[in-house]
Each structure stands twice: as structure tokens, then as C-alpha cells.
Design a protein around this ligand. Structure first.
Ligand code: NAP
Length: 300
């Protein structure tokens, strides 16, 4: 029998992910703090709830995708939160990127009520969320993972159980070290190409297929060249992840000098009020140092 699904948090990621649950045939109840963001999902066949608790009461598997650690705590532990109404035997899948330590605490609190938690942060951007091709790194019990697999497969194409509760969030931070440093490399490389007077589109085409190719280069490089700063992933949220990395690295004693530099550069952009631009706008911090800019390609 198809399990009833719920979704809490219909932002840039949640919109596409919840729509893919509907497409896969899951009966779906949704809630979003800003109620108007539920309209398109309701039109597509979802039921709107009045609180995260109401979503959990109506669902066998409830997916969460909100911004930061305190926000996940609010929708689980807050008044009318998931913990207040979730059915024993149900599953919560948290797809937000948050603290691994708080994840383990939430796992414990939910377990006391007979509710299983999987941490299942995602990678693949708004594009991956819309297409259902996210990479999902999961922490939790193997039997919960098996049960949740059809829901995870509706949202992603690479699903990996990486360990116990919290391990998914740790691996997501590994992912974010790679993303943050790639974004710096893309900005540095394109600004250098600009200074060298070469055609940026041709340069991008030439290097994308070789050893330097990456998701970041192929998806965000063209946006940088067009000076299109619309967010797939906002600077403010990227900085939240970088902060999670720096906190964890300090506790673990792992050196992350590249990520620390990226943190400083994003900080200058946040101070200029650019926190809601896409994370590829990191190049603007380098432009400020350079005193020249990437020129938009003519005709675009
Ligand atoms: P977003 O567009 O800013 O959406 C954030 C969502 O969280 C919105 O639905 C927002 O509700 C909700 N929210 C925030 N604080 C809340 C609170 N205290 N109580 C209830 N709801 C709250 O962000 P996003 O890009 O979808 O990212 C969501 C999560 O996915 C983040 O953890 C992010 O790090 C992770 N992620 C994002 C990407 C990406 O490329 N965008 C990729 C991988 C992972 P309102 O609509 O009311 O503001």
C-alpha cells in the first residue's frame, strides 16, 4: 500500500521535491510558513495543512526541507510541531542541511515517541530538485532507510546510506567543502580569463569537458558570464553551511583553510547586502579585489 507522504518547507528546494512526490503517486499533505507558497502544490493535487503537526498527523512519512538548525527544531519541537502529533511508527526525513549534533538530539527525542528520523540532506541544486535527480546522503537505521527508499527515490537519483544518525549531515558538509572551494575556483578562473582577453564562453566550453570539469563550472559558470545572479542557492544559506563546516572542523581538529577563506569573502558580500543573490556571486568579492569585472557576453 502506498504510504501517505507529508512535506514541510516549500522553498526553492521544497517546491520541486514535493512536486516529484505527487508525480510519483504519493498522497501528499503540505505546510509552509508563508501560506501562499502552498497554492501551486494544492493546484497540483496536494492537501494544505495548518501546521507541521497536522502534516505529521496525516502522514506515514514526513519530509522536512527548511533553512537552518533552529528552523528544523521549530517545525519538530515547536507548538503544533511534528513531535506533538506524529504517529508512532511513522518516519521523518529531514532534507535540510543542519548541525549533525542537533540531528542526533532530534533523533533521540523522536525515537522516545516511536518516530524514526533520517537525516537526508541533498545536493544538486534547484535544478536537481525540480528534475528529481538529487544526490541524497542519508544517516539513520538501515530498516528505516529501506522503508523510506521509495520516497527518497522520487526526489533523487543517487541515494546513499552513509551511516548512523547525523552521518548524512557530516557527509553533506564534506560536499559543501567541495562546492564552496569549487565556486572560488570558478570565480578565480573566469576573472583570470577576462583579464587574459579570451572569449569566456569559448574558454568555458574548452575546459568543461577536461579534468577541470565540474557541476559547479557547468551550471554556474554560464550564469557568471551572463552576470545572472538569481539564486539556485542563496549566499546566506551557503554561509550557513560554511559556518557549520567551520564549527565542526574546529571540534574535529580538521584543517579547512580554503573554506575559511571562502567564508571571509562571502562575508564581504553579505555586508554589501547581497546575501539573497546566488552563491556563484562569490566572483563579485574577487572583482572588488581586482578592480575589474567579468563583462557580460555581448548579445545576452
Ligand atoms: P529557501 O528557498 O530559503 O526556503 C526555505 C524554506 O524554509 C521556506 O519554505 C521557509 O518558509 C522555510 N522556513 C525557514 N525558517 C522556518 C521556520 N523557522 N519555520 C518554518 N519554516 C521555515 O531555501 P532552500 O534553498 O529551499 O533550502 C532549504 C534547505 O535545503 C536548506 O537547509 C539548504 O541549505 C538546503 N539545500 C539547498 C540547496 C539549493 O541549491 N537551494 C541545495 C542543497 C541543499 P517561508 O517560505 O515562510 O520563508
Amino acid at each position: 500500500m502506498t504510504e501517505k507522504a507529508g512535506f514541510v518547507g516549500l522553498g526553492i528546494m521544497g517546491q520541486g521535491m514535493s512536486r516529484n512526490l505527487l508525480k510519483a503517486g504519493f498522497p501528499l499533505t503540505v505546510w509552509n510558513r508563508t501560506a501562499s507558497k502552498m497554492d501551486a502544490l494544492v493546484e497540483a493535487g496536494a492537501k494544505a495543512a495548518a501546521s507541521p503537526g497536522e502534516v505529521a498527523a496525516n502522514s506515514d512519512i514526513t519530509v522536512i526541507c527548511v533553512s537552518d538548525t533552529p528552523d528544523v527544531e521549530a517545525v519538530i519541537l515547536g507548538p503544533d510541531g511534528i513531535l506533538s502529533s506524529a504517529k508512532p511508527g511513522s518516519v521523518v526525513i529531514d532534507c535540510s542541511t543542519i548541525s549533525p549534533i542537533v540531528t542526533r538530539q532530534l533523533h533521540q527525542k523522536l525515537a522516545e515517541k516511536g518516530v524514526a528520523l533520517l537525516d537526508a540532506p541533498v545536493s544538486g541544486g534547484s535544478e536537481g530538485a525540480a528534475k528529481g535527480t538529487l544526490s541524497i546522503m542519508v544517516g539513520g537505521a538501515a530498516e528505516t532507510f529501506q522503508r523510506a527508499l521509495p520516497v527518497l527515490q522520487a526526489m533523487g537519483s543517487k541515494i546513499t546510506l552513509v551511516g548512523e544518525s547525523g552521518a548524512g549531515q557530516t557527509v553533506k558538509l564534506v560536499n559543501q567543502i567541495l562546492v564552496a572551494n569549487s565556486m572560488l575556483a570558478v570565480g578565480e578562473a573566469l576573472l583570470f580569463a577576462q583579464a587574459g582577453g579570451v572569449d569566456l564562453e569559448k574558454a568555458l566550453e574548452a575546459v568543461s569537458a577536461g579534468a577541470a570539469g565540474s557541476w559547479t563550472l557547468s551550471n554556474r559558470g554560464p550564469q557568471v558570464i551572463r552576470r545572472d545572479w538569481r539564486p539556485g542557492f542563496m549566499i546566506d544559506l551557503q554561509q550557513k553551511d560554511v559556518r557549520l563546516i567551520l564549527d565542526a572542523a574546529a571540534k574535529l581538529g580538521a584543517p579547512v583553510p580554503g573554506t575559511a577563506l571562502v567564508h571571509q569573502l562571502y562575508n564581504t558580500l553579505q555586508k554589501q547586502g547581497l546575501g539573497s543573490e546566488g552563491n556563484h556571486a562569490l566572483v563579485k568579492a574577487l572583482e572588488n579585489l581586482a578592480g575589474f569585472k567579468i563583462e557580460p557576453v555581448s548579445g545576452q
